[in-house]
Design a protein around this ligand. Structure first.
Ligand SMILES: C[S@@+](CC[C@H](N)C(=O)[O-])C[C@H]1O[C@@H](n2cnc3c(N)ncnc32)[C@H](O)[C@@H]1O
Length: 355
């Protein structure tokens, strides 16, 4: 047991896919079959449903999107319902007149926001640009009237298809939790950024309560701490067998043979922890101008609870579980880093609405 726990701590530090946590749990509580039963039991919990279920299930929401207008309304609402990199950093990282790379732009919701807010031009780049994601993004860019100002490109963050020194600013919203080759992606950001340019990053860490990205289906906070990937996948497959709309909303579930990992299902997760991200940053040539952990305190009105939740983000290891987002600004030096001043004063992002 002691061995398991010390391995768990190392695991948190290394972000190695929760392996040791899983072992601990399995070592102490037994078989996958038992875990599966427990997971399903928890899924029936009215308390968890009432407290954490954000939407009926994603499939039911998908079914409500009918025409392109609805689709565009959804993309609009995606970024008005909660704060994002743009809202958080607009006061301290101006975008006026800049050439911006929106790394992992998805349906280009934020690319258009940057284009409509003073950026000179925006390149939206996403690994996953085949078929509908690109069509949705193109349609949205046209709908917002930014065709020509926003360019959409397929490309992997770890192998960016751009020349060196191309961008003034790179913004990446909710993407680093999906990029497996994070060090390579940061090296690429460094290469394509102009000297003096900045990278603004925000994402949720792996041990966030919904870090496993399936809360819409498996509404158990920290399920990836409690159950291994196989258990979660099995439960999801069972849910999809009961409700075909779940399989419709996650096409990767329909594979024959069925997927044996999140990756095979099409859910690519970098599983990066707070400690792991800090270590990766140390290995880059960037100057870290700002690195903050946002806690779950932002929505809370109770001042005592607020203070407690906020302070939990300051305690090493514990903060892995109580960080809502990692927010970070990196700068590519114009001069050798030893001559640069330390972290600029007064860097404070806007308030974030936590999910
Ligand atoms: C949660 S979405 C965020 C989309 C957009 N940034 C936003 O905030 O609306 C994550 C996006 O990152 C993209 N992505 C994941 N890994 C990537 C990689 N290695 N290179 C480029 N894009 C990637 C995915 O295809 C997906 O569109």
């Amino acid at each position: 047991m002691a061995d398991h726990l010390s391995q768990t701590v190392r695991d948190l530090g290394q972000g190695d896919k929760g392996g040791a946590l899983r072992e601990t749990w399995q070592g102490v509580f037994g078989e996958v079959r038992f875990q599966k039963r427990l997971c399903k039991l928890l899924l029936k919990s009215r308390f968890l449903k009432a407290k954490f279920k954000r939407c009926p299930i994603a499939a039911e929401i998908v079914a409500q999107w009918e025409g392109p207008e609805d689709l565009f309304a959804r993309i609009d609402s995606c970024h008005s319902s909660r704060a994002n990199t743009f809202d958080l950093f607009r006061d301290i990282v101006p975008i006026n007149g800049k050439g911006i790379l929106d790394l992992g732009c998805g349906e280009a919701g934020l690319s258009c926001k940057y284009a409509g807010s003073g950026a000179e031009w925006v390149v939206g780049c996403d690994r996953n640009y085949e078929g509908w994601p690109l069509e949705n993004a193109k349609g949205y860019v046209r709908y917002k009237g930014h065709w020509g100002k926003v360019l959409l490109v397929q490309g992997d963050g770890a192998r960016l298809p751009f020349k060196a020194h191309s961008f003034d600013l790179i913004i990446s919203n909710d993407v680093f939790d999906h990029i497996i080759e994070l060090s390579e992606a940061l090296q690429e950001c460094y290469r394509v950024l102009k000297p003096g340019g900045q990278v603004v990053i925000t994402f949720i860490p792996w041990y966030h309560p919904s870090g496993f990205h399936l809360m819409d289906y498996i509404c158990i906070p920290y399920a990836n701490l409690l159950f291994n990937e196989k258990v979660l996948l099995d439960v999801l497959l069972d849910l999809a067998a009961e409700n075909p709309r779940i399989a419709d909303s996650i096409p990767g579930l329909k594979g024959n043979p069925p997927p044996t990992s999140f990756d095979e299902m099409g859910l690519v997760l970098s599983r990066v922890t707070v400690i792991k991200f800090r270590k990766i940053l140390q290995g880059t040539k960037f100057r870290v101008a700002y690195l903050e952990l946002t806690g779950f305190d932002q929505k809370t009105k109770n001042p005592v609870l607020r203070a407690v939740l906020d302070s939990l983000t300051k305690i090493p290891l514990i903060n892995e579980l109580f960080t809502s987002h990692i927010d970070c600004i990196l700068e590519k030096p114009t001069a050798p880093s030893s001559t640069l001043p330390s972290t600029p004063r007064g860097l404070r992002p806007g308030q974030r609405e936590t999910s």
